[in-house]
Ligand binder design. Structure first.
Ligand code: NAP
Length: 303
């Protein structure tokens, strides 16, 4: 099936382009970006021009930041194309509901992806937790924004979500693996004095689960989910790629490179089945953190 990539920036080049090149399901035939291009692939500067010129493109994968994504997604759906959304699927919950309705009316696939759910050990963690009781838990998601989002000022603009841009990956795993859903009960957000979105957040959930997100960690990066259960401790480390049971490695490999191939395989299966997959539960937790969160002003931040 022919696909177009929209928003040729860091994640498109790091992950989407290699995943599509290796895919038996997809052929990348067009890109849409004002500055970015993929060698050998027809490039357009606007999605409208691409949709008009390439009626053969069946699906569009959007790698834009969340704020400009809705208009592009709606245009693609109105033009009868299946749509795949990077995470987080939009800037607001309501706009993703609108896209879901549009896709449903037109019989098109909408896939709101969560790449961290495709990490190597997430399915095994979910299987191990099924039927067990989670007594408490702690998420530690600490990384260096300068390393992962160099110069990307949009992450600190309204709708950019700040530290929830990576933090929502942890929440996408949490909402996938827990046998009983949780909801947010409190939050503290640290917002740099010169920015609009938090650089750090501490969250509390029902079920004794807490989260510590911080974008100021230099050196080793930490992406851990540690849970105490009625069958002992388990941990997912390296962003869901390694599972530990009782402190011993049970599953996984130390690589994130399988996540995007798995997303594109799932997108192909959804299109063939005439189905959509739009789970907004991680984004609900983030929206609730912005609703309930107590704000603290942090040091000004510059890239
Ligand atoms: P990025 O490098 O800033 O790329 C996004 C591209 O979108 C830009 O290069 C830009 O290309 C285009 N764009 C269109 N409108 C824009 C606007 N108003 N502001 C900024 N860019 C605009 O961002 P990214 O890191 O690839 O992230 C994109 C999405 O992928 C985000 O939702 C992010 O959460 C997700 N993601 C990122 C990572 C990561 O490691 N960075 C990992 C997983 C997922 P043109 O200027 O050429 O139009």
């Amino acid at each position: 099936m022919k696909i177009a990539l929209v928003g040729i920036g860091k994640i498109a080049l790091d992950q989407h382009v290699p995943a599509l090149a290796a895919s038996a399901d997809w052929e990348l035939v067009a890109t849409v970006s004002r500055h970015g291009q993929v060698p050998g692939v027809e490039a357009f500067a606007s999605i409208g021009a691409m949709l008009e010129a390439r009626p053969d493109v069946e699906a569009v994968s959007l790698c834009l930041p969340p704020v400009p994504r809705f208009e592009a997604a709606a245009a693609a759906l109105r033009a009868g194309r299946h749509v795949m959304l990077e995470k987080p699927p939009g800037a607001t919950l309501a706009e993703v509901h609108a896209l879901e309705a549009l896709a449903g009316e037109r019989g098109l696939t909408l896939f709101a992806t969560w790449h961290s759910r495709m990490a190597h050990a997430v399915a095994a963690a979910k299987g191990w937790l099924a039927g067990r009781q989670v007594l408490s838990g702690r998420i530690t998601w600490r990384e260096d924004v300068r390393k992962w989002h160099p110069g990307q000022d949009w992450v600190f603009e309204p709708g950019g979500m700040g530290v929830f841009d990576p933090g929502i990956n942890a929440l996408s795993i949490l909402t996938e693996i827990l046998p009983v859903p949780v909801h947010l009960t409190g939050a503290e957000l640290e917002v740099p004095a010169n920015r609009q979105a938090p650089i750090a957040a501490r969250l509390a959930f029902t079920g004794g689960i807490s989260a510590d997100f911080d974008w100021r960690q230099e050196g080793p990066q930490t992406w851990d989910i540690e849970l105490q259960t009625d069958a002992g401790p388990m941990a997912l480390r390296l962003g869901g790629n390694v599972l530990e049971i009782d402190g011993k490695r049970a599953e996984g490999i130390e690589s994130i490179m399988g996540e995007y191939p798995a997303l594109y395989a799932r997108m192909a299966a959804l299109v063939r089945a005439g189905a959509s997959d739009v789970d907004l539960s991680p984004m609900v937790l983030v929206a609730d953190a912005f609703t309930l969160g107590r704000r603290r002003t942090a040091e000004p931040f510059a890239f």
